[in-house]
Design a protein around this ligand. Structure first.
Ligand code: GCO
Ligand code: MG
Length: 408
C-alpha cells in the first residue's frame, strides 16, 4: 500500500479548519485536522511545502515510523506549528489503518472502557444574572457538566470566555474584525474579589450535583492562584483550569500546598515534554492536551499513558476551533482511555458543519457516543468545502490597567 497524494484545505462555517486528506493507491483515504487556532495558514504551509512531498510513495500503515521521521527528521523539535502539521498526518494515517482493518479506532487502542463519554459545555454571561440563565439552559439540554465564565463588575473590558452583550450566550474567541488583534484590559484583584461570590451564587441556585468548571485562562500569578484556589475550594468545582501560565511547570507547587481543588492544564501544550514534570510530580488532576496541537493520536496516547500512571485523568481540549476530525480522534481515545475524565465539547453540529464533515458520532444528554464506522468515522466533503475560504482572525491581546502586557 502506498500514499499517492495529499491535499490541504483551509475553511469552514465561521472557522478556518485546516483539513488534510491523504490518498492511497488502494482507493482508501484518511483525513486529519491541523487547525492551529488563529495561525491556520502556518501548519497548512508546513504540510504543503515540507511534509507532503516526503509522504508520497510511503506505506501509510507505518504511522509510527512516519511520525518519528517527521519529528526527528525536522531536527528543530516540538512547537505548535510542527506538531499540528504532524498531528494531521498522524490522524489521517490512523484513519487509513482503521479502514484497512475494518475497525473503529477505539478497537485498535484496546476497545471500549465506557459507552458514553461525559462532556462539558460553556456557559457564559456578560454578568452573573446572564450566566445563571445560560447554565440553566445547558442544564435543561441535559448537560451534567458546565464551564462557567461571567463578566466581572469593574473590569475595564470584557475578559476571557465572557459574552460581550447582555442576553448573548456566546463567547467569542476569534475576532475577525481587524487587521491586528484587539486589546483587552485585565485586573486580577478585581477578578479574585468577585469570582468566589459568583460561584457561591451558582451553587445556591443549582446545588452541588451539577458539575461546574471554571477557566482562569493563565491570568494569575502562582501566589494569587493559591489564594484563589483556597478560597473557592468550598464550591467543589469539577476543575479549576489554567490558574497560572502553562509554561512554568513549577507554578502549581504553591497552589498544591494550599488547596486540594482539582487542577486542569495543558490546552497549549504540544508535547509530552511540556507536561511530564506536572504529571510525574502529580501537580495536576486533568491533562488538557488536544490531539491537534500535540502531535496527533500517536503522541497524545503516550501522554495519556504517562498520565494514567500518576492518576491524572484526561480532559481534552475541545474549543470550537477543533474540527469534527480531531474531535473524532479524541472521541476514540475517550472511549478507550482507562483514565478518561471529561471532554470539552461545543456543539459543532450546525447543519453546515455536519454537511462538511459527515459522521455518525452522536452527542446526547451531555454524553458523547463514538460511532462504529471504521477508522475515525468522519468524512470530508470536498464539494461542500468549495463554499468556504480562509478568513484571518486573531486572539485578543491582554494588558493590565497600567499597560503591562499580560497573558491572554
Ligand atoms: C478552552 C480554551 C479556549 C481557548 C482557545 C484559544 O478552555 O476552551 O481556553 O477557549 O481560549 O482555544 O484558541
Ligand atoms: Mg481553557
Amino acid at each position: 500500500m502506498k500514499i499517492t497524494d495529499a491535499t490541504v484545505f483551509i475553511g469552514g462555517p465561521d472557522k478556518n479548519y485546516v483539513t488534510l486528506k491523504i490518498m492511497t493507491d488502494e482507493g482508501i483515504y484518511g483525513v486529519g485536522d491541523a487547525t492551529l487556532n488563529n495561525r491556520e495558514t502556518l501548519p497548512a504551509a508546513y504540510l504543503k511545502e515540507y511534509l507532503i512531498p516526503c509522504l508520497i510513495g510511503k506505506d501509510p500503515r507505518n504511522s509510527e515510523d512516519l511520525w518519528q521521521y517527521f519529528y526527528r527528521g525536522a531536527y528543530f523539535r516540538r512547537g505548535p506549528i510542527s506538531m499540528a502539521a504532524f498531528a494531521a498526518i498522524d490522524m489521517a494515517l490512523w484513519d487509513i489503518k482503521g479502514k484497512v482493518a475494518g475497525l473503529p479506532l477505539y478497537q485498535l487502542f484496546g476497545g471500549k472502557s465506557r459507552e458514553g463519554a461525559l462532556v462539558y459545555a460553556h456557559a457564559t454571561g456578560s454578568d452573573l444574572e446572564d450566566l445563571v440563565d445560560s447554565v440553566a439552559r445547558y442544564k435543561e439540554q441535559g448537560y451534567k457538566a458546565i464551564r462557567v465564565q461571567c463578566g466581572i463588575p469593574g473590569m475595564p473590558t470584557s475578559s476571557y470566555g465572557v459574552a460581550e452583550t447582555k442576553g448573548d450566550n456566546k463567547n467569542y474567541i476569534t475576532d475577525f474584525t481587524g487587521a491586528t488583534p484587539k486589546e483587552e484590559v485585565w485586573d486580577s484583584d478585581i477578578y479574585m474579589r468577585y469570582m468566589p461570590d459568583a460561584l457561591a451564587k451558582l451553587r445556591d441556585t443549582f446545588g452541588f450535583d451539577l458539575k461546574l468548571l471554571h477557566d482562569v485562562h493563565h491570568r494569575l500569578l502562582p501566589r494569587e492562584a493559591a489564594e484563589f484556589a483556597k478560597e473557592i475550594e468550598q464550591y467543589r468545582l469539577f476543575w479549576l483550569e489554567d490558574p497560572t501560565p502553562a509554561d512554568d511547570q513549577d507554578a502549581l507547587k504553591l497552589l498544591r500546598h494550599h488547596s486540594t481543588i482539582p487542577i486542569a492544564i495543558g490546552e497549549v501544550f504540544n508535547s509530552i515534554w511540556d507536561c511530564n514534570k506536572l504529571i510525574e510530580n502529580e501537580l495536576i488532576d486533568f491533562i488538557r492536551v488536544a490531539v491537534t496541537y500535540a502531535g496527533g493520536i500517536t503522541h497524545v496516547k503516550r501522554i495519556v499513558d504517562l498520565a494514567g500512571l500518576h492518576n491524572v485523568r484526561t480532559g481534552f481540549h475541545g474549543a470550537p476551533s477543533h474540527s469534527p476530525v480531531s474531535m473524532a480522534a479524541q472521541a476514540h481515545l475517550n472511549a478507550w482511555a482507562p483514565n478518561f475524565g471529561i471532554q470539552e465539547y461545543l456543539v459543532l453540529g450546525t447543519e453546515e458543519c455536519d454537511a462538511l464533515f459527515p459522521s455518525q458520532h452522536k452527542m446526547t444528554d451531555g454524553m458523547f457516543y463514538v460511532s462504529d464506522e471504521p477508522g475515525l468515522g468522519v468524512d470530508f466533503d470536498e464539494t461542500e468545502a468549495q463554499r468556504y475560504s480562509y478568513e484571518q482572525g486573531f486572539h485578543p491581546v491582554v494588558r493590565l490597567q497600567d499597560g503591562t502586557l499580560w497573558n491572554y
